[in-house]
Design a protein around this ligand. Structure first.
Ligand code: SF4
Ligand code: SF4
Length: 169
């Protein structure tokens, strides 16, 4: 099994030096079949994610904008024994288009590097980094935006480069 890198500091530094390479890799991926890439990414995610301890990382909760929907906000308000108005005032920012976001980065609910509302976390939190989902090629922008801060994305992308023999192309 190949070694993986879980050092957030190292990953951030390596990522700075690989911006050009990653732009080329994104273009390289365009020529590949979508299903082939989804299958490969899902397999690599299945191999790499279990080897990374998200509870000792928590970096997504420290750096992501989190979208919320009405149902999620209602459930969380109930769980926190707050009114919806109080929840909205304290934790939520509303865009002009009705979109709702958590109003702080890092997330309010990250305590001691753990999610304090884990059962009530939002769809975006549950899905991230979304490598198990179809449509990887449609999410290249957001995936590569988080390459420098999510060890799962970083290691899956680096392994994907090897599997596709990117460096010899
Ligand atoms: S709600 Fe929980 S999982 Fe989602 S960003 Fe906040 S701390 Fe992280
Ligand atoms: S999903 Fe990525 S950034 Fe978030 S805790 Fe896990 S390894 Fe860290």
């Amino acid at each position: 099994m190949r070694p993986i890198n879980t050092s957030l500091a190292e990953i951030a530094e390596i990522a700075m030096g690989r911006q050009g390479e990653n732009d080329q890799f994104r273009s390289f991926l365009e020529s590949h079949n979508e299903q082939e890439i989804d299958d490969l990414v899902a397999r690599l995610d299945g191999e790499i994610s279990p080897r990374i301890d998200c509870t000792s990382c928590g970096n997504c909760c420290k750096s992501l904008m989190v979208n919320i929907n009405e149902e999620e906000a209602d459930k969380l308000a109930q769980h926190l024994e707050m009114s919806r108005t109080a929840l909205d005032e304290k934790y939520i920012e509303k865009g002009s288009n009705g979109m709702m976001l958590l109003n702080a980065i890092p997330c309010h609910f990250l305590l001691d590097n753990k999610c304090s509302v884990y059962e009530y976390r939002f769809a975006g939190c549950r899905e991230f980094p979304a490598l198990h989902l179809p449509g990887f090629k449609k999410r290249l922008f957001t995936t590569f935006m988080h390459y420098d801060r999510c060890p799962i994305i970083f290691n899956v992308v680096e392994q994907l480069k090897r599997e596709l023999d990117f460096h010899n192309n």
